[in-house]
Design a protein around this ligand. Structure first.
Ligand SMILES: [Zn+2]
Length: 496
């Protein structure tokens, strides 16, 4: 196959250039002037006027369920963004059965390539339930064994969600013990940090904890969806960047990913409850909500957390899809029910909780992070938030073409080679002869996100051709339905 006449942005960060791209089987075999080299192809696609680039790589998604379900394994939401590889099991959540999940994907087919982390929260839950206690040495050994098996079965490394229960019940030392096992397997450490705000140890305290884990476990570290969450920490992006820069200068491998939205996606419970309220699981939580004395303490702490989040008008209910509350803010729900926002929140949590978009970031912090050479694009895509359908095109439309925060080669590099090198995913993330043929071609005049907080599942526009391992997954702007993706196992080896 020959993509002829396009403008190539190859993923390395160098300026765009005119080049044709030839593909045979699952590999790129030619980059250059096809006419001059007398290249002949079975199918030639005219991509004049389009940008040709490496398929995008998403280091943080929540696609485990979609990729494992017959209806959604095509991963269309991502293909239409130009994403050809997703990583999942982030935030310490997901399956601990790495080997069987990768094998099932290979057997059943998936629309994009996909890789997995071993999720620390799920590992802890498997061994200790929702207990907030410290593990016994036997329990710690069990957790280490699960991580070791996951690494041997092909996981990229260890993910944590130290903000969420039960991952949050792990001390720094407990995490270091597990990260050492991932390090022995040549993996990396990916973390949704303990606190992106001012809940417990604070944003800067969390950066320091994350760097300490990396240093003491001897492992490359990746910070998930880097941000400064809430008015208490707005403006601290400079301090975070300085800490990371110092760690990198001292020889630590530190990277991060980011989605280009000012709202995070979470739930009423996760955003407002103190973590002690969740110890023991849902029944214990309901009992605490029902106990008048405990409830008073709970309400007081939740009121403080609501201030951190920017108040009840800053939480917009987005999921589940069939909830009658969808599209209303917590302030509107409370007003309609004639109760305080915290009382309304407790009712929602007791009834099974709801997904929310939490508007808690500042544009200047977002841009400070985005322009760091170690920050890549990551969707953190979840149901109810437009980032699942819009992250990568939005970065191009708003931050390259409209606001010129990044150049096009910079934005493409942050969405491809930077991720491929840090995960690592060998032979992906660059358009060059010999690499896997994960290649996209998009229209620079129409590439854009359409998904919004009200309509979060609108597919992005502008993506005309998407090749996954040399096969057309999007042809002329339409998903073809071929399941050309592959499970990607960690490239084992002592070279890291
Ligand atoms: Zn997260």
């Amino acid at each position: 196959m020959l993509l002829r006449g396009g403008t190539l942005v190859d993923g390395t960060g160098v300026p765009e250039r005119r080049a044709d791209v030839g593909v045979r089987g699952d590999r790129i075999v030619f980059v250059g002037d096809a006419a001059r080299s007398a290249i002949r192809a079975e199918r030639t696609i005219d991509v004049t006027g389009l940008i040709v680039a490496p398929g995008f790589i998403d280091p943080h998604s929540h696609t485990l369920e979609d990729l494992s379900s017959p209806a959604h394994r095509g991963n269309d939401a991502y293909l239409m963004q130009g994403v050809t590889t997703v990583v999942t099991n982030n935030d310490g959540g997901g399956t601990t059965e790495i080997g069987s999940r990768l094998a099932a994907w290979a057997r059943d087919g998936i629309g994009t390539n996909a890789a997995l982390y071993v999720p620390q929260g799920a590992v802890r839950r498997q061994v200790m339930g929702m207990s907030a206690a410290a593990p016994t040495s036997a329990q710690l050994d069990s957790m280490r064994a699960i991580v070791g098996r996951g690494m041997a079965d092909g996981a990229l490394g260890l993910s944590t969600g130290l903000y969420y229960a039960p991952g949050s019940y792990a001390t720094t030392d407990e995490v270091i013990a597990l990260a050492r096992v991932a390090a022995q397997g040549g993996g990396i450490y990916d973390s949704h940090m303990r606190d992106e705000s001012s809940y417990t140890i604070g944003l800067v305290g969390s950066i320091n904890e994350t760097l300490r884990i990396a240093r003491e476990a001897g492992i490359p570290v990746h910070i998930s969806h880097i941000k400064a969450l809430g008015t208490d920490v707005w403006g601290q992006s400079d301090s975070v960047v300085a800490l990371v820069a110092a760690a990198r200068a001292a020889g630590l491998t530190v990277t991060a990913d980011q989605y280009p939205y000012l709202a995070s996606g979470t739930s009423v419970g996760a955003s407002l409850l103190p973590r002690w309220a969740e110890a023991g699981g849902r029944d214990s939580l309901r009992a605490r909500i029902a106990d008048p004395v405990v409830r008073r303490r709970l309400v007081a702490e939740m009121e403080r957390n609501l201030v951190r989040r920017g108040g009840a008008a800053s939480l917009l209910v987005t999921a589940p899809r069939d909830t009658l509350l969808r599209g209303q803010t917590l302030a509107q729900v409370a007003a309609a029910r004639h109760v305080t926002p915290i009382e309304a929140a407790l009712d929602i949590i007791a009834a099974g909780d709801a997904g929310v978009a939490s508007f808690n970031m500042k544009e200047s912090d977002l841009r400070t992070f985005m322009t760091q050479p170690w920050v890549m694009t990551g969707s953190d895509g979840s149901d109810g938030h437009p980032r699942k359908y819009g992250t990568f095109p939005r970065k191009l439309r708003q931050y390259v073409y409209d606001d010129r925060v990044l150049t096009l080669p910079q934005a493409i590099h942050a969405s491809s080679q930077l991720a491929a090198e840090s995960l690592p995913l060998p032979d992906r993330g660059v358009v060059a002869a010999g690499k896997y043929a994960d290649v996209i071609a998009f229209d620079p005049t129409t590439v854009a996100d359409r998904a919004t907080y009200v309509s979060p599942t609108l597919l992005a526009t502008g993506m005309r051709y998407v090749l996954v391992n040399g096969r057309l997954a999007v042809d002329g702007g339409r998903v073809t339905g071929v399941l050309a993706g592959r499970p990607i196992r960690h490239a084992a080896g002592p070279s890291r």
